[in-house]
Design a protein around this ligand. Structure first.
Ligand code: SF4
Length: 939
């Protein structure tokens, strides 16, 4: 079949944007009336007419493009397919994208706002009105703001699905109330990257790489996995070699040239051994390191008596890492010495075309996991492959977040429930500790929103969350904003139905490859009505039932918090086109497209469209590279005007102006550099030194809490990996997607055959897995695809509900009993597994899967890393055959033990409360929803 070139303005990055075999993809010129034959009418040729509207998938963070096919006869969405004009996904989606249609049609979906009428968690609800909801929350939030309790309003989000919108809302309210799921996900990986280069995510250019090293399962579930997976395969097809470090034979590892099943937590030891080989064998990029690493700062701080030369720095480096021999790395990891040496050499030879990525995986599992991403980035530094074709860039070089029409200033508040003094370096909110902080009386919440977030089920020690959520002194008012029932929504005061991915507006951009693009999620039925000349003022008018979109909810709520503008909030929610009038959501995006996206107005004008019409039509836009360069931005030279009044430090080359670092001198030229304190890549972190961790001022290896030496197999001990994802499920939002549960409906415990023999179990037998605070009972799956001594259980399954006809979707959940005894122990037992049920969807009576998986996270205590704050998911467990009284899905938890483990890990921190500068944390580091500099100062 001939290749079909897409129009040039969709492919300014020069990527391979000719798409094979997409002849069946309708060209945009036919999207208003696309004709297909009705398959069910075959062999008759019955025409079906569709209106095709692009949107963005909301089933993971990758933001792939979707096309909604709206049946013109019924006015309903018939199906979702990939959008080949989307620069990130290029028409290819994973199973979760098309399954959006299940979420739209789910017969169990919540269609109206619900209000609790019994006690919290009792399961008694009545339908209420949006008016009542908005007035209740506006009154509560206004009182907190007026009375100076600005740390009592909290918005806790799992999957944001947008760029910048909530920053504006919470900024307008002047609260420090953004909470996230990041410290159960990625805060550790982010910390390792940030401490090197000032940005906290990598952006690999897999398609142009010669060697790719991945630490996690990117082809199936890693970060931005579908857009990255297709480029990894593209790179392989062009000859790149792929190595995957993963103790589990993931789909990614099975596609790799080298599967490196390291003992969990030993990854940094292996990476540092590779570092040493590259140094000793002189495979490093000398010129790049000389120019961009802060070696002068290191020598001045740690070796002032030594010659301050680059050559001496390299000699010292080799000495520093002398213990990281292949033998040592082999002992720690279980990999062969030959493999470690071979991979190191291949990385060295790949040079600037070495792409590397880690996310979650080892970084999220281990105490000190942030040293894994730090050691991985070290390899990128050594090879000079940062921001090069085939290398790995900073996410900020490839992600594009356009500015809105007015942005509130930073808040003056600091919320210690989110950023407590014990964790001055934590990269993100210490969200897993919120129940303990509330219990200890560190604060309370007047208004709490959970949004696409399910901490009862997702977080470690979920029963601590149940105890907090049912305590009306600790949390006075709680609304769950959600498209679907969840275990957490059950304990809310209000359950507020929000649109699924095709029922809302959002703007997203991700660092999927070496380009910058934006994707426009849009409510497709609203756009369809507008195409047909039907005016729509609010998205709920087009959505099913009374399902709102959040953008409009926040506008309405903010307006009611400050109806006369006296609090200074309302002005941010007034139209930029109609002064003094309430902002309409399409005006918000219209302004951004007209004013903040380079080259979009010109591209739209070429088609006689306004920028908003263009984005409504195509759903995405890639910014031409001449408007937004994507390769090494640190090399950008400063203009003479930037140097006006600037000072240059003679020793380090740092350029400062008005107290702010603006660049760095390299070989007598002023460069922009990296967003770090030194503007260079920080091999040596003065921040770690100054903030209480001098032993970690340089990249190193921290023995994990699950190091081999801590696990005694003869006593039945194993290392549990509880983090791996299944490619077909979404953390906590796929309960409403029947196709996905048809594919994946069990999470057995992976066990190596030698371990199974030692324990005396076979595939399908019940096991009891005992953690520090309790146990769960699940089935065994014997497989060679797991490192001996390690067991693994996907966290994706084990959804539960407490009543037959309500709660978490019946496609995915078991009916359970859950109770707490007086001593603080909790017991869960499956009463009935997943069952067929009668509904408007005949498929619900065809459910064939019964057990539905086991919820393991309830049995995990919190393990916050003392530096990054990341929950360290891996843990030592005992594994044994189930006891006679055990049943599939049983869970037992002792909350007093959980609290003790929390205290043990808290004791590992080094609070920085007595600093002469009174700072709560380093000013230069990233802080989400960053308040004003004054708030960083302890009062
Ligand atoms: S990778 Fe799959 S779930 Fe994620 S955005 Fe793309 S299609 Fe959706």
């Amino acid at each position: 079949m001939a290749e079909i070139p897409l129009q040039q303005h969709f492919a300014p990055s020069g990527e391979q944007m000719t798409v094979r075999d997409l002849a069946s993809c309708p060209p945009p010129g036919k999207w208003d009336d696309w004709v297909e034959y009705d398959a069910k009418a075959w062999p008759r040729k019955v025409e079906k007419h569709y209106s095709i509207i692009p949107t963005i998938c909301f089933n993971c963070e990758a933001a792939c493009g979707l096309l909604a096919y709206i049946d013109k006869q019924t006015g309903r969405v018939k199906k979702f397919e990939g959008n080949p004009y989307h620069p990130g996904s290029r028409g290819r989606n994973c199973a979760k994208g098309p399954a959006t249609i299940n979420q739209v049609d789910d017969p169990e979906r919540i269609l109206y706002p619900l209000k609790r009428v019994g006690k919290r968690g009792e399961g008694k609800w009545e339908r209420t009105t949006w008016e009542e909801v908005l007035d209740t929350f506006a009154t509560k939030i206004r009182a907190a703001i007026v009375e100076g309790r600005r740390d009592e309003v909290m918005y806790h989000v799992g999957r944001p699905g947008h760029d910048g919108y909530m920053e504006r809302v919470l900024g307008a309210w002047g609260v420090d109330g953004h909470n996230s799921h990041t410290n159960v996900c990625s805060s550790s990986a982010r910390f390792g990257y940030q401490v090197w280069c000032g940005a906290d995510r990598p952006s690999p250019d897999h398609a142009n790489a010669r060697f790719i090293l991945l630490i996690s399962s990117h082809l199936e579930t890693g970060h931005y996995f579908n857009p990255q997976a297709q480029r990894i395969i593209e790179g392989k097809m062009k000859g790149a070699k792929l190595a995957v470090m993963d103790p589990r034979l993931s789909n990614t590892a099975s596609m790799a040239d080298y599967w490196l099943p390291t003992w969990p937590g030993s990854e940094a030891a292996v990476l540092l051994a590779m570092t040493r080989i590259i140094l000793v064998e002189k495979l490093y990029n000398r010129e790049y390191m000389r120019r961009w690493v802060n070696w002068q700062e290191y020598l001045m701080a740690e070796h002032p008596g030594e010659p301050q030369t680059f050559d001496r720095f390299i000699e010292l480096l080799i000495d520093l890492y002398a213990e990281y021999t292949p033998t040592f790395a082999s002992q720690e990891s279980g990999l062969s010495e030959e493999t470690i040496v071979d991979i190191a050499r291949q990385i060295g030879h790949a040079g600037t075309a070495f792409a590397a990525h880690t996310w979650r995986a080892a970084t999220a599992g281990n105490l000190g996991g942030w040293q894994v991403s730090r050691a991985l980035w070290f390899l990128s530094v050594l090879t000079g492959s940062i921001g090069t074709p085939g290398g790995t860039a900073l996410n900020t070089w490839n992600k594009f977040v356009p500015a809105p029409f007015i942005k509130p200033g930073p808040s003056e508040v600091w919320n210690e429930l989110l950023f407590p003094p014990e964790y001055p370096l934590s990269n993100y909110e210490m969200s897993i500790l919120l129940p303990y902080f509330l219990r200890e009386g560190r604060g309370k919440l007047a208004a709490y929103f959970t949004r696409v977030y399910n901490p009862v089920w997702t977080n470690p020690d979920g029963t601590a969350w149940i105890e907090a959520l049912t305590n009306e002194q600790q949390i006075e008012l709680h609304a769950a904003l959600t498209p679907v029932w969840s275990e957490t929504a059950w304990y809310a005061d209000y359950v507020l139905p929000m649109g699924v991915g095709s029922e809302r507006h959002d703007l997203m951009s991700q660092e999927t490859h070496a380009a910058r693009w934006i994707g426009f999620r849009q409510p497709v039925l609203r756009v369809y009505k507008e195409r047909n000349g039907e005016p729509v003022t609010h998205t709920y008018q087009a959505n099913p039932g009374e399902v709102w979109e959040e953008d409009e909810f926040w506008i309405e709520l903010s307006w009611r918090i400050d109806p006369d503008g006296s609090l200074g909030i309302r002005k941010y929610f007034e139209s930029p086109y109609r002064p003094g009038q309430k902002l309409a959501i399409e005006e918000y995006y219209r302004w951004i497209f007209e004013n903040s996206v380079p080259a979009l107005p010109e591209a739209a004008a070429q088609e006689n469209l306004s920028p908003l019409e263009y984005m409504r039509k195509y759903g995405s836009f890639e910014i031409p590279q001449e408007k937004a360069a994507v390769y090494p931005l640190n090399e950008r030279e400063l203009k003479p005007v930037d140097l006006d009044g600037a000072q240059i430090d003679e020793k380090t080359g740092k350029i400062t102006r008005n107290g702010t670092t603006v660049g760095v001198m390299i070989d007598d030229k002023a460069h922009e550099g990296f967003p770090t304190l030194s503007r260079k890549l920080e091999f040596y972190s003065a921040t770690m030194q100054e903030w209480g961790w001098p032993e970690y001022a340089i990249p190193g290896y921290i023995r994990s809490h699950v190091h081999r030496a801590n696990i005694n197999h003869e006593q039945g001990e194993y290392l549990l990996i509880p983090t791996f994802r299944l490619p077909t499920l979404i953390h906590t939002r796929s309960g409403n997607a029947k196709w996905l549960y048809e594919i994946s409906n069990a999470n057995p415990v992976w066990i190596h055959p030698t371990d199974a023999e030692r324990i005396g179990v076979q595939t399908g037998d019940l096991l009891r897995i005992t953690t520090e605070i309790g146990y769960y009972v699940n089935r065994a799956w014997i497989t060679d695809g797991i490192h001996p001594g390690v067991v693994a259980c996907s966290h994706h399954l084990g959804r539960w509900r407490l009543e037959t006809g309500q709660g978490t979707d019946r496609w995915s959940s078991a009916l359970v009993s859950l109770g707490r005894d007086q001593e603080g122990t909790w017991h869960m037992r499956h009463l009935e597994g997943t069952q067929p049920f009668e509904s408007a969807d005949p498929d619900s009576s065809r459910i064939f899967w019964r057990e539905g998986g086991v919820h393991q996270n309830l049995t995990f205590p919190v393990h916050p890393d003392p530096i990054s704050g990341m929950h360290c998911w891996h843990q030592k467990v005992t594994v044994e055959p189930a006891h006679p009284e055990d049943g599939y899905g049983d869970v037992y938890v002792d909350t007093s033990k959980a609290y003790k483990v929390y205290q043990d890990w808290l004791a590992m921190t080094r609070p920085q409360t007595q600093r002469p500068d009174d700072l709560r944390r380093p000013l230069w580091m990233i802080r989400p929803y960053r308040p004003a500099a004054s708030a960083f100062k302890r009062q």
